[in-house]
Design a protein around this ligand. Sequence first.
Ligand code: PFF
Length: 476
Amino acid sequence: MATSSTTTQPRDTWGSKLGFVMAAAGSAVGLGNIWKFPYTAGESGGGAFVLIYLLFVIFIGFSVMLTEFAVGRKTGVSAVGAFKKTDRRWSFVGVIGVFSGLLIMGFYPVVGGWAIAYIYKLATGLLSAPEAIGDSFGSFISNPIEPLMWMGLYLLLNIAIVARGISGGIEKAGKVLMPMLFIILIIVSIKGMMLPGASAGLEFLFKPDFSQVDSGVVLAALGQAFFSLSLGMGCMITYGSYLKKKENLVQTTAMVTAMDTSVAILAGLAMFPAMFAFGMAPAAGPGLVFVVVPQLFAEMGAIGLMFALMFFVGLSVAALTSSVSLLEVVVSYLIDEKGLKRSTAVALAATVMGVLCVFSSISLGGLGPQLFGTGAFDVFDLLTDKIFLAVGGMLVCIFAGWRLNREELEKEITNDGDIKFPLFGLWYNLVKYVIPFAVAIVAIAGVYSGFESGKGEIMLVGLGVIAVSGIISKKL
Ligand code: PFF
């Protein structure tokens, strides 16, 4: 993405409309779609989760993304600055966003490292023993050392990209590799659906069984929508700040949302039919893609190896285009608000992320510190998508609905009346009343049900952090 570090200089803007859509889609489409969505759907009972997720994407995700783009373009500065410029007491929302970025980067590179490791593992014979693929994933991620090396490599790639401000390069790579990933997902889906017994997977994915739904599942679907669309932490505010005044925000939002959601659904189609055909449990957990995709291609000889390699190369690049946007949120905060040089900001942010990732990675082998009996990987995951992003998205809506002026928002979204947006009133009311209320209810009910699984305390800590930072900032 284009970079501009001070708020006084005119900002760079995206060269072309497609460039912006691809960059925002590059941030949105990542491990969240291909790794997290299928396994979360699997653990949350399938069809009903998918349906609730889709409803959240349409009614909440779309509106929040449009809000973030509008706030970003209107203020012309990145997350913290966007709030600060309007009302400094709201800066804490941006700061929570930066904090969320830091925490997501406390586990995302671990999984990004797995994706790169699988390129290597495939190239060195993983497919030659198909029966061992499942076990080898389990022993790989619980090994205290090996995944750390891959995580380190992944983090270094992020550092190299963000430090040099050359994210343009990775976006160019993304333009080629993301369509490739899309095509491979289609191939994987078709291949999976042709296996005997695959139709049970389709049924699992699309036939809602509401007896599986509790408030924990609803919160998981909400968190997944925010995580997958890169919302609730100021990332899309920052992206929007680089958008030209003449671009159509509504159309852009629709395109990014549609791309992100179709990749997630396609990833579901690629995983579940094959899983059911292989007789794996849908709640197989975070190993899903890493086991299903290699197994599916194991029987196909050299062509299978090629497809599997292309899949993991595509996955690694999709992960990179997302994580550089996460790192950039933290880095641009340190540059804009703390006055650091880009290189120092990257070094500082990446060091903290690296340390958090070490804790995350070793927690999968049962090592390292725990919070209320939960390891670092799960703590960061829980705190971010279920609490920080959802509440962050809610606060962005409250900010836009109650702190900004309706006429100005309308002008921003319709480009001073040039663009027709007949649903403006609906969007505005969703943002001002419905979304804050809905997110609050879902979060409270989700935290409540979290106590049954021993996760409630952690989520409560997250809510406490937000409350305290809100109170402190009001006093500033
Ligand atoms: N949307 C990314 C994914 O689905 O992998 C993750 C992400 C990126 C979340 C950037 C939040 C963010 F600001």
